[in-house]
Structure formats: C-alpha cells, structure tokens
Design a protein. Structure first.
Length: 158
C-alpha cells in the first residue's frame, strides 16, 4: 500500500477547476492536475449546478488517484427539481412545488435513512416541510398526511 493522501472538497458538479481547493494541494504533489480535474468533471457532470462532496485519494508514491463522489444534500436536489434558488423565508409563503414523481426521483437516487421507498419519500417530503415547498400543489404537511394514509401507495410501490 502506498503513501495515500485524501483530499475532501465541495465542488459544483461538472465544474471543478485547477484552482482552489484542489489545485494548490495536488500541484505540489507532482500530480497531473488537469487529468484529475477532467475525471472529476466527467464523474460529476450529471449534478451540474449542484454542490456536492468529493474525495480525491492520491497515492503519493506512484501518482495514481481515485475519485469518490458523494451526493448533494436532499435540500439541493429539491431546489433543483422545484427550479428555485432557496426555500421560503417564512412559514406562510411557498417557495415552490414538486410533484410526487419528482419526490420519487430524488428518493430513488439518494442514499437516505429510509429502508423502503415510502420511508425515503417521507424524508424528502419532510424536508419540503422545512423548506416551504409544496408537494402536488398542497402543503408538504398535508402531503405527508396523505402519504401516511396510503393515498400514494399505488404510485410508490412499497
């Protein structure tokens, strides 16, 4: 096993650069920074416009590297689906709306605490509550109530 260094960074998907935070750390190690940046951008382009955590694991002896890409926070995925920049400032305003299908899309691509799809969708809708995002055109609290009563079970599956 070589002499490994792990660099944690938060980057915008598909838009990593040789500037900070990566370039200043990788350059002095004698690494091909442009090759690493190209690989990061290739692996993160599906998350364009979203900030996400990455790890660059570098073997300082043989100059090999690997890249691990984390997923953006649930709130960032909700904002992207709703087409908004930020959540509501107060509880009476709605910052945006997502459909159940969008909640399912987020839940399907995100590692969350929920074991079943229904539990993961509950987490997504629960986050919508705190962000002031409506679900299916109704308050997220009402959508959660409907979910708990089984009204969306046929769409969710399990």
């Amino acid at each position: 096993m070589g002499n490994k260094l792990t660099i944690d960074a938060l980057i915008e998907g598909g838009r990593a650069t040789a500037g900070p935070p990566l370039g200043p750390v990788l350059g002095p190690l004698g690494m091909d920074v442009s090759k690493i940046i190209a690989k990061i951008n290739e692996k993160t382009k599906a998350f364009e416009g979203l900030k996400l955590p990455i790890k660059v694991i570098v073997d300082k002896d043989n100059k090999e590297f690997e890249i691990e890409v984390g997923t953006p926070p649930v709130s960032a995925l909700i904002k992207k689906e709703a087409g908004i920049e930020k959540g509501a400032k107060d509880k009476t305003a709605s910052a945006g709306n997502i459909t159940l299908e969008q909640a399912l899309k987020i839940a399907g691509g995100k590692e969350t605490l929920g074991r079943t799809m229904k539990e993961r969708v509950k987490e997504i809708i629960g986050t919508c509550v705190s962000m002031g995002i409506t679900v299916e055109g109704k308050s997220a609290k009402d959508a959660l109530k409907d979910l708990n009563e089984g009204k969306y079970d046929s769409k969710i599956g399990s």
